[in-house]
Design a protein around this ligand. Structure first.
Ligand code: CP
Length: 299
């Protein structure tokens, strides 16, 4: 049975199949009941990912085994590997894991020959990948445009710390979109050059089909950088304001993985603007995660 760890390591036909399944669930297709156990292990904070996995699991007919890292035996020094082996031993087939370390699964997969583990779903690994967010973003883009080919997609903001940017830049490029990046150059990792150029935010702005803003991740910036951060300056240079919104193509859409720092990445009143798809992205998260659960259960 497969794990779901990195969308970019999967063959494109499988990604396309996941997209098709997510859209089918959104269209009302009823999943085959999966009467099995699942646990959600979130070692970093989350609202959207955790709660939409919970809803998706319930819709799939799965039983959730609760897990709170603070009251679990992780706090007594039990390793994540032993925790996962325990869950498998008691009959839990799937574990959804959010972890502060990039590629947290490498050591676990190397260890899995010693005892069985549940099928793993990556709910975000440090600044690495966020594959379930990428899938829901693909669902949202596919709903708005006939194809990914030749779409102009700009990803804006804190690229260095963003697993969403890293996941999306790669998969969108593979699907044929033209990706560009904007934001403070200090937050631009040069390995993103492989997927597209870093440009001024307003460069060819009126040609963009999708503009994806990223949250400024104060928790990853460090105290000094965070203390220096000037909201007004950032918003003027890299944020969505009325002028930029008015200059968008009428068919263009605004995306943000959320949580949004209102008034920083996007002006407060534009978060729910007609061309914003931010809450649609959240709704699509449930259907994308149903498709992922179906995939790891081998359906
Ligand atoms: N987009 C996202 O991952 O949000 P949460 O951190 O709230 O899960």
């Amino acid at each position: 049975m497969p794990h779901f760890l990195n969308l970019n390591a999967m063959p494109l036909p499988v990604v396309q199949q996941l997209l098709t399944r997510a859209l089918a669930f959104k269209d009302g297709e009823k999943p085959v009941d999966k009467a099995t156990f699942v646990t959600n292990i979130f070692l970093e904070n989350s609202t959207r990912t955790q709660s939409s996995f919970q809803v998706a699991e319930a819709k799939m007919g799965m039983q959730q085994v609760s897990f709170d890292p603070k009251t679990s035996s992780l706090s007594k020094g039990e390793t994540l590997a032993d925790t996962l082996k325990l869950f498998k031993a008691i009959g839990t087939e799937v574990a959804v894991v959010r972890h502060f370390e990039e590629r947290w699964w490498d050591a676990l997969l190397a260890d899995q020959g010693r005892a069985p583990m549940p099928n793993l779903i990556n709910a975000g690994d440090g600044s690495g990948q966020h594959p379930s967010q990428s899938l829901l973003d693909l669902v949202t883009i596919q709903e708005n445009f006939a194809s990914f080919a030749n779409l102009n997609i700009r990803i804006v903001g804190d690229l260095a710390h963003s697993r969403v940017a890293r996941s999306n830049a790669e998969i969108l490029t593979k699907l044929g979109a033209h990706v560009t990046f904007a934001g403070p150059i200090a937050w631009y990792p040069s390995d993103f050059d492989e997927f597209g150029a870093h440009v001024a935010l307003d460069d060819a702005w009126e040609q963009q089909d999708v503009v994806m803003f990223l949250r400024v991740q104060h928790e990853r910036l460090g105290e000094a950088q965070s203390a220096e951060f000037d909201v007004a300056q950032y918003h003027a240079a890299y944020g969505l304001n009325d002028e930029r919104y008015a200059a968008l193509k009428k068919s263009a859409i605004i995306m943000h993985p959320a949580p949004v720092n209102r008034g920083v990445e996007i002006a407060d009143h534009l978060v729910e603007a007609p061309q914003s798809r931010i809450f649609e992205q959240m709704a699509n998260g449930v259907f994308a995660r149903m498709a992922i659960l179906e995939y790891v259960l081998g359906a």
